[in-house]
Design a protein around this ligand. Structure first.
Ligand SMILES: NC(=O)c1ccc[n+]([C@@H]2O[C@H](COP(=O)([O-])OP(=O)(O)OC[C@H]3O[C@@H](n4cnc5c(N)ncnc54)[C@H](OP(=O)(O)O)[C@@H]3O)[C@@H](O)[C@H]2O)c1
Length: 338
């Protein structure tokens, strides 16, 4: 049984805990502690009730600083700095870092220095982490000696399987992506100050807002042969959850819509079964809320222009899909731990 702590109990941290109980990961992984800046009663309340994902499927109560989920006791802490907490006493195998506050090796190293043996980051992180993993594509790159691993981003998890299929079938010369991403907690409801990005000062519910994305870097890290070949943009839109990537790829050989869709359907049934979906129905984003897959291909939107320009629409639940992938990576990593 892998003993983990969750650091940062926000959208991703709570989704990870919930996916653990809903999707069978609890048989392999136990959350023994959560560190979050909020108080335990609010943490308990937001575990029980979730506007996006609905009510929690188990009983959730508190006992002092313990969050009790069913029969499981989870110790809760509220420390801003990783070295304020006595991680050693928790006898942990891994911290699932879901606060977004630590992106580089240095921040992660502070955990290791404080007694955490391994850390799995819920973001692309700096290039000098031990490995960046898109589950289903390169989880076998994790090594026994690794201590700091990134589960990449939700967009990288969505796109890499798709690129893998198209590259293997028709080659990819270059391409562009536009991520249309639901709102996140780094946006205000009405205009407010933001330290890093002027556009993120603007009311989330009132605008379509262009934001920075590290997707091109994420692709390069997983597929170095596409370095400098992909241009990626992102915009946030006023929805609660579920996002989509509009992908345009220039292939090396002529293809047809039927061939591209056949390849993606085949991948969804075989190589990427359970991680990739394929649909020919008419959908809106809300249909993919709480979908655990990394990507769902909307085959009704596939286009091929002039033989070699392929356009695809790829849905993903940016919270739930990603939380499930984090647990997949943790579960895979656990197999390497004595
Ligand atoms: N949401 C998504 O769709 C998504 C998908 C994939 C990856 N991610 C990544 O996952 C990370 C978290 O995103 P999120 O959407 O879950 O954000 P979020 O909802 O804001 O959750 C982050 C939580 O961590 C807490 N926190 C901040 N600093 C902390 C610290 N030093 N120690 C302990 N807790 C701390 C925050 O508390 P306060 O609010 O009090 O600061 C907040 O409750 C980000 O790196 C994000 O890029 C997000």
């Amino acid at each position: 049984m892998l003993r983990v702590a969750i650091n940062g109990y926000g959208r991703i941290g709570r989704s990870v805990l919930r996916a653990l109980y809903e999707n069978g990961y609890r048989d392999h992984i136990q959350v023994v502690a959560i560190n979050e800046l909020s108080d335990i009663e609010t943490m308990s309340y937001l575990t029980r009730y979730d506007t996006t994902h609905g009510r929690f499927p188990r009983s959730v109560v508190t006992r002092g600083n313990i969050l009790v989920i069913g029969d499981d006791d989870i110790l809760c802490f509220s420390c801003v700095r990783s070295d304020e907490l006595d991680w050693t006493s928790l006898d942990l195998d891994m911290v699932l870092e879901c606060s977004g506050s630590f992106s580089g090796r240095d921040g992660a190293q502070a955990y290791l220095d404080a007694g955490v043996p391994r850390i799995l980051l819920s973001q692309p992180a700096a290039a000098d982490v031990d490995a960046t993993i898109v589950h289903g594509f390169n989880q076998h790159d994790i090594e026994k000696t690794h201590t700091i691993v990134s589960a990449a981003s939700c967009t990288t998890n969505c796109l890499i399987p798709v690129l893998d299929v198209i590259k293997n079938f028709a080659g990819v010369l270059h391409g562009t992506t536009q991520t249309i991403h639901s709102a996140m907690n780094d946006q205000p409801i009405i205009d407010a100050y933001h330290t890093k990005d002027l556009r993120l000062t603007r009311a989330a519910l009132s605008s379509i807002i262009p934001v920075d994305t590290g997707l091109a870097k994420g692709i390069t890290r997983l597929m170095p042969e596409l370095d400098g070949k992909m241009g990626c943009n992102a915009i946030r839109v006023p929805t609660l959850n579920v996002s989509v990537i509009d992908v345009v790829l220039r292939t090396e050989v002529d293809v047809t819509v039927e061939q591209i869709n056949a390849q993606l359907r085949q991948a969804a049934n075989a190589k990427y079964a359970e991680l990739m979906g394929f649909t020919e129905e008419e959908h809106a984003s809300v249909d993919f809320n709480h979908d655990p897959r990394s990507v769902i291909i909307d085959a009704t939107q596939t286009q091929v222009v002039d033989g070699r320009m392929v356009k695809l629409l790829c849905w993903f639940d940016n919270e739930w899909g990603y939380a499930n992938r984090m647990l997949d990576v943790a579960k895979h990593w656990a197999k390497l731990i004595d």
